[in-house]
Design a binder for this molecule. Structure first.
Ligand code: AMP
Ligand code: MG
Length: 488
């Protein structure tokens, strides 16, 4: 048995104390030959875990699901969700929540094994995951964290020593995911859908205690919850837009109530600015295109509000009215967050009415001339406009004059303005061709060095160091268009 004192496991499993209908007790299915591929050393430390015992056979056995650490209470969570607009019963079909680690700061964090075998919610699936996609989640979620975007984290990836069958035979792997919780909009839809108001109330109260304890004494805490969740999602999606992140599968089961980005399936970062950008091979209608993400956020929040209706007010009509009032504020809140972030990207500190149109005009020019999103803002930061495809474009030259005039109307020194831009415009994002290159080396050749080097560049995206320069290049035409896949 893994000694808790050695490793630092410190579980308290509040989710397992919810009514039984919210989960199924489920141990992970043991695997043949676990091998630790990557461990997030910094994250392990913040969780209060000790590196040596974590990396020995006993520690790795936990990441593989072969050993249950003392105090864990593995379970698969039940949830539902709208997938591409269609309502379905889902649940953890290939994951188990090991338990909630109480970390040294006192924070409670979910530790989940993803790819850990079948559960009662697996439907036809094998409950497993492949190495490539699990490493991809590791890279992109850690990049998001470094970009300052709320997200689930990745603690470790192990291979299982077993093959899994997809379009080809692939090495199986398990990701240990760390999250504020795995409660989703879809969990609320599940709770409401059962039609048991008392259980719905127990679950919603649980969520409030866990994520929004500050609203506990509000006059209508359920209405406050709706407001809080709207605020956090508006903030989150604005942050995605500002770095060009495309989630790819914004189904309601993939929207976390904590406001963290969750479920790195077909996600990818946009290179050339185009609101219609879609990477996911199954998103044929462009429902989750870059430019649609803010609207889909609102659509999902409306589904969230619906699931709260029985608690908002005893009079159904009144409840609907209250929910609609809140939902109607979402787009404004989103827009304010976006503009605030865009001002920072443009080095604007005070507010002027024309800032919105200034930003929009730049985006229009970027779209027309197929400019790279990240590199355009980098070029503005370092005043190297000639480095981009926009150098010499008359509309852009005119826009730069207008922008310089706007920025110049401020009291702040040009050094302070540049500093602001540098900390809001990343040098590196996980560009698809570089991620693919790292995954190919790791999966096909067992060479982890390419991924480690990439992770290092992504760990401090605002450094603008010379080592990062190579990660700023665009993919070759042969590497486009890039496609991502679900159900990996
Ligand atoms: P996702 O697209 O990752 O959000 O997954 C949607 C649903 O499908 C969730 O309920 C997953 O647990 C389930 N799922 C995905 N892949 C598998 C698999 N290989 N085996 C069983 N269930 C899966
Ligand atoms: Mg999901």
């Amino acid at each position: 048995m893994t000694n808790n004192k050695d490793v630092g496991w410190n579980f308290d499993n509040s989710y397992a104390r919810l009514p039984q209908s919210f989960y199924s007790h489920q141990n992970p299915t043991s695997v043949k030959l676990p091998d630790l591929i990557i461990l997030n050393v910094e994250l392990a430390k913040t969780l209060g875990l000790n590196l040596d015992p974590l990396q020995n056979d006993e520690g790795v056995a936990v990441f593989a699901g072969n050993k249950i650490p003392e105090g864990a209470s593995p379970l698969a969570q039940a949830y539902a969700g709208h997938q591409f607009g269609h309502f379905t019963m889902l649940g953890d079909g290939r994951a188990v929540l090991l338990g909630e680690q109480i970390v040294p700061t006192g924070e409670r964090l979910d530790l989940q094994l993803k790819g850990s075998g079948r559960t009662p919610y697996s439907r036809g699936g094998d409950g497993r995951a492949a190495l490539g996609p699990m490493l991809r989640e590791y890279i992109i979620s850690e990049a998001m964290h470094a970009l300052g975007i709320p997200t689930t984290r990745s603690l470790a990836v192990v291979t299982t020593g077993e093959s899994i069958i997809r379009e080809s035979i692939l090495p199986g792997a398990i990701l240990t995911r760390v999250a504020a919780s795995h409660i989703r909009v879809g969990t609320f839809q599940y709770a409401a859908g059962k039609g048991n108001i008392e259980e719905l109330r127990i679950f919603v109260d649980y969520t409030i205690n866990r994520h929004y304890p500050n609203i506990n004494n509000d006059e209508n805490k359920y209405l406050s919850l709706l407001k809080e969740v709207i605020n956090r999602q508006a903030e989150l999606i604005a942050k995605w837009q500002l770095v060009g992140f495309i989630h790819g599968v914004m189904n309601t089961d993939n929207m976390a109530i904590s406001g963290e980005t969750i479920d790195y399936g077909p996600c990818a970062f946009m290179d050339i600015y185009d609101p219609d950008t879609v990477f996911s091979s199954i998103d044929t209608q462009g429902r989750y295109a870059y430019g649609n993400q803010p609207y889909i956020g609102g659509w999902n929040l409306a589904r969230f509000a619906e699931s709260l209706l029985p608690l908002l007010h005893e009079n159904q009509e009144k409840a609907v009215e209250m929910a609609q009032d809140e939902i109607s504020n979402y787009m404004d809140i989103y827009q304010k967050n976006w503009l605030k972030g865009m001002r920072a990207k443009l080095g604007i500190i005070n507010e002027e009415h024309e800032d919105q149109s200034l930003a929009e005009e730049l985006l229009t020019i970027m779209k027309q001339y197929r400019a790279d999103y990240t590199n355009t803002f980098r070029a503005l930061t370092f005043e190297k406009m000639e480095d981009t495809v926009l150098g010499g474009v008359p509309e852009f030259t005119k826009w730069v004059e207008r922008w310089k005039e706007r920025v110049g109307r401020q009291q702040e020194s040009s050094a302070a303005i540049q500093q602001l831009m540098q900390t809001n415009n990343p040098a590196v994002i996980p560009r698809n061709h570089r991620v693919e290159e790292a995954l190919a080396a790791a999966v096909n050749d067992g060479d982890l060095s390419v991924m480690e080097k990439l992770l290092k560049a992504l760990a401090n995206p605002f450094a603008h160091s010379t080592e990062q320069a190579e990660y700023c290049s665009l993919p070759e035409p042969s590497e486009r268009p890039y496609r991502t896949f679900c159900g990996t």
